[in-house]
Write a protein that binds this ligand. Structure first.
Ligand SMILES: Cc1cc2nc3c(=O)[nH]c(=O)nc-3n(C[C@H](O)[C@H](O)[C@H](O)COP(=O)(O)OP(=O)(O)OC[C@H]3O[C@@H](n4cnc5c(N)ncnc54)[C@H](O)[C@@H]3O)c2cc1C
Length: 258
């Protein structure tokens, strides 16, 4: 497989750096082609702004999504954005690796998503009618590809358990899993998590290598999280609420998983 690892940590000698090095080696040893987008090393520009287009439409005020569509449709995107889109097209599987910072991804990775996920590439795709509401949530440009998060947290596993103080990890990651990965079409695999990072020593790192190695070895076969496709009948269109008979009584994020 072609695997793209998008990596967001500023320090190569960090735990995340060691995990990245291990993952790349493991994937290459298994015969996969691997590309790494090391966002800090690339000095990735995190902010989405008017400089993302090589030629803006007229002298209209900058409009984040309309400018994005114009640049995407006319081959005017800045080169860094176009390069990352080419890597996504190339990839069969994408891994986003990052430390959990303030209950989400580091800003530099959020900025990668905001800029690379252009209008026409990751959203605003497909027919909008009474039967379909675009190619998204299970359909879209990235359909057929797999995606997985590799995330480290300072908090303990219990802090992220169903009754833990931080909230369940599945809920915390839902906006990334469902909103960022499933939305443009990825099959989203269960995440690999390293909790309580301050306690990682050589023995624990050996266990991480073992567990993560297994996840990487099964990247092509692990069953994805069964999110409900938008256009397959579970949702009223265009309200996009679940039909009453689907998961009756279940509310919130969990209702969108079969
Ligand atoms: C801005 C910010 C916001 C944060 N928000 C959250 C949050 O919302 N929720 C949360 O849970 N946490 C949060 N944290 C904590 C954060 O998630 C952790 O600090 C991070 O996941 C640790 O990853 P690291 O790669 O930076 O680890 P490092 O600090 O590099 O390493 C962690 C431990 O691993 C050991 N180690 C490193 N490399 C190796 C190796 N090769 N072999 C064996 N051991 C090794 C180190 O000795 C160290 O003890 C936040 C931190 C910051 C800075």
């Amino acid at each position: 497989m072609n695997v793209l690892l998008v990596y967001a940590h500023p320090e190569p000698t960090s735990l995340n750096g060691a995990i990245r090095d291990f993952a790349v080696q493991r994937l290459r040893d298994a015969g996969h082609n691997v590309q790494v987008s090391d966002l800090y090393a690339m000095q990735w520009k995190a902010q989405l702004d008017a400089a993302d287009s090589k030629a803006r439409p007229g002298d209209a005020p900058f409009h984040p999504s309309l400018d994005s569509r114009h640049a995407f449709e006319n081959g005017l995107q800045s080169d860094d954005i176009a390069r990352e889109q080419a890597k996504l097209r190339w990839a069969d599987a994408v891994i986003l690796q990052f430390p959990l910072w303030w209950f989400s991804m580091p800003a530099i990775l959020k900025g990668w998503v905001e800029r690379v996920y252009a209008y026409g590439f990751a959203y605003g795709v497909g027919e909008h009618s009474d039967e379909r509401w675009g190619d998204r949530y299970g359909e879209g440009m990235l359909a057929g590809k797999r995606a997985m998060l590799v995330v480290t947290t300072g908090g303990w596993e219990s802090h992220y358990s169903p009754r833990g103080i931080n909230g369940p990890i599945d809920d915390i990651l839902f906006p990334i899993h469902h909103g960022i990965l499933y939305y443009p079409g990825f099959d989203v695999l269960p995440p690999y998590l390293v909790y309580r990072t301050s306690r990682v020593d050589d023995a624990r790192f050996a266990a991480i290598r073992e567990e993560l190695g297994e996840r990487l070895d099964t990247l092509g076969s692990t069953a994805p999280i069964p999110f409900r496709p938008q256009n397959a009948g579970d949702y009223h269109i265009p309200l996009l609420t679940l039909r009453d008979e689907v998961a009756p009584g279940t509310l919130g994020f969990a209702a969108h998983v079969e």
